[in-house]
Design a protein around this ligand. Structure first.
Ligand code: GLN
Length: 388
């Protein structure tokens, strides 16, 4: 008891734990999701210019207007929808702040919020800090599909929010149009909001389509939809994301946002506002950029002993290690792979309330080809050594 223990069972995130341990051991870190290559030099230049031009004081609480206009223009191009940049877009400190602020706005003491396991690790604590209770519904492996009957059975008069993540980190799957239709039907005539985490919106493979809550008229009317420039511009350290929601929901979100981060780094917003409309290829080319990396990895690990079901989306890939360490738990396997194989990955069980025994670790493909090749080399060596 410290007198300050609102999340007694929460430790340090698995991403931080693995990155820290990888640094200590000098291991190859393909666990936590971040690129190891530079941002577009034109984006870097745009930031230097923004600082030189004097964008160094508080940005507007809601976000720089030029950036919100650029976002609205991009949404029009990508999803063919009209969004009011002033009333419906809020710039946030990464998607994590957007998620946190949306949850605080939507969930109150005693309320329930439904999340799907494996769930991104920030959802559950955000719900609990709002005084709510997270209701965890597992997605069925190996394909991690939604069971909408199960969701229907979990809805109560206290349910206020459902959180859906597509493309889904860490399962690397994407929601189908039928999933959104089933969800819309379930929420119809109920006072339940949707938080759609769509940060990997452009990282989607094999010709699949991103099914956005924003492009679904009925869902859009009750949704906070969250995006990330960290992912889209390969700049996770910029901590710049945004939330799109109807005006009434946006007003509630901003009440939280203004007392949480207040406003987001001004030069970063100015830099993105200039770069984004001038270089639409930065998001239009993301799928093929990452698909080539995914294919490189999947092919190179063929016959390695690891089994890979190619990711449907996200810049991650699951490795099935059943043949290498049958019966081994994922926490234990990822620890061995790190300590003995020199490769940091992310196990899946921290993303579950009740972890099933799943033989997967997640790795990040947003890496230089040389990094991926080195990872393949080490993974193959580990597999040989482990199965000897
Ligand atoms: N989104 C990143 C991932 O899934 C992690 C971000 C973080 O460390 N909080 O790897």
């Amino acid at each position: 008891m410290t007198g300050a223990d609102k999340l007694p069972d929460v430790g340090t995130t698995i991403f931080t734990v693995m990155s820290r341990r990888a640094a200590e051991l000098g291991a190859l870190n393909i666990g936590q999701g971040f690129p190891d290559y530079p941002v577009d030099p034109r984006l870097a230049r745009s930031l230097a210019e923004a600082v030189a031009a004097g964008h160094n004081q508080y940005a507007p609480m809601e976000g720089v207007v030029a950036l919100r206009e650029a976002i609205a223009a991009k949404l029009r191009q990508a999803l063919r929808i009209d969004v009011d940049p002033l009333a419906e877009i809020t710039v946030t400190c990464g998607a994590t702040e957007a998620i946190y602020s949306a949850v605080q706005a939507a969930v109150g003491p005693g309320d329930e919020a439904i999340v799907f396991d494996p769930a991104y690790d920030s959802y559950d604590p955000a719900i609990r800090l709002a005084g709510g209770q997270a209701v965890h519904i597992p997605l069925a492996p190996p394909r991690f599909r939604y069971d909408w009957d199960r969701v229907r059975a979990a809805i109560t008069s206290r349910t206020r929010l459902v959180i859906v993540n597509t493309p889904l980190n860490p399962a690397c799957t994407v929601a189908r149009a039928a999933d959104l239709a089933a969800l819309a039907e379930l929420l119809r005539d109920r006072p339940i909001l949707l938080l759609a985490d769509e940060v990997y919106e452009h990282v989607i493979y094999d010709g699949r389509r991103h099914e956005s809550a924003l492009a679904h008229e009925e869902l859009r009317a009750r949704s906070f939809v969250v995006y990330s420039f960290g992912k889209t511009l390969h700049a996770t350290g910029w901590r710049t994301g945004y939330c799109v929601a109807p005006p009434a929901l946006t007003r509630e979100l901003r009440k939280v946002h203004q007392y949480n981060t207040f406003s987001i780094a001004a030069p970063l917003q100015a830099a993105i506002a200039r770069y984004l409309p001038a270089h639409p290829e930065c998001w239009q080319g993301l799928a093929s950029f990452f698909e080539a990396k995914r294919d490189r990895l999947v092919q190179a690990l063929d016959d390695s002993g690891f089994r890979l079901q190619p990711a449907e989306g996200t810049y991650f890939q699951l490795l099935d290690y059943t043949a290498i360490a049958p019966g081994s738990g994922d926490l234990d396997f990822s620890r061995r792979l790190l300590e003995e194989g020199g490769v940091a990955t992310i196990p899946l069980s921290p993303f579950y309330r009740e972890p099933p025994s799943l033989p997967y670790v997640r790795l990040c493909i947003a890496k230089e080809d040389a990094t991926l090749d080195e990872a393949v080399h080490r993974l193959r060596a580990f597999a040989r050594h482990a199965t000897r």
